[in-house]
Design a protein around this ligand. Sequence first.
Ligand SMILES: [Zn+2]
Length: 323
Amino acid sequence: MTFESIIGHERQKNILRQALTNRRIAHAYLFEGPDGVGKRLVALAMARALLCQHRTGCGDCTSCRKVDHNNHPDIHLLDADGATIKIDQVRELQRELALKPLEGVYRICLIDGAEFFNPAAANALLKTLEEPQPNTVIILLSSRPESLLVTIRSRCQRLPFQRLPKQRLSEVLVNRLDLTEVEAAVLAALSEGSFKKALGQNRELYLVRRRELLRSLAALSSGSTIPLFKLADELAAEKEILPEIIDIFQAYYRDLLLLKHGRPQTDLVNLDLLETLHRQVDQETTESLLQKLRALDTGRYYLQRNVNRQLAMEIMLMRMNAA
Ligand SMILES: [Zn+2]
């Protein structure tokens, strides 16, 4: 992983390149920004450049190869992965950081999901940040930097990361995946600039399943409630991806709203469903679309508050159907 092979984030990469060239490396960095946009890749490229035997991140030396194979002994990875980071993990890290680098000049510590520190662990980390060891670089990654201790944030050089623009992501997807331009545009719009979403499991959801789900939704009528309860069942069973499914429904009604108000097609998400959209737009009023979007918002709100999923979906669909 080199800076050159990472798409986007030019400003951030330049700042880090400059630091490397001038050998003015901060003791701690905070890479902040949405999940899945490439913060971790940039951090790994930085680590590789710092540890490289030629100080370039050449990709050929043993050190670079070890970084690429995730087995460099001077890189310490603390991966929150959604769970709390506890004080024992920070203590162990501190013990390791106290030792001299095994192979390179630096010891690098990468903490992914820095918002998951529990209070005791955060305070322990703060100690480490307050007494920086020479040749130790700590890189914190977080999508919710506001939940970190202010004192932690102020000890780090902060580097904000943005989502990749829709157009740019779409071009990359056409080049990397076997997709048509329309498919790539749909995937890019729904992934909101996140490579992880676009390239991962959401690909099938956004390209294939989306069309099925929207068909089921369109088939609901105010006459019969049986399809409605069936769809609510189906949605409630999808605990993991339900927020993304609600995103899909919202994007669809937002498309209709944009179309109703004469916005250009390039603003739409469901570019592969233009015919369906044009057919449906006449059956909806601005008010009915807004009510559906509100019903979806409320459904999402209930889910976040752990209301019974089945019930939340039934109410959401009933409200949408009545709009
Ligand atoms: Zn190298």
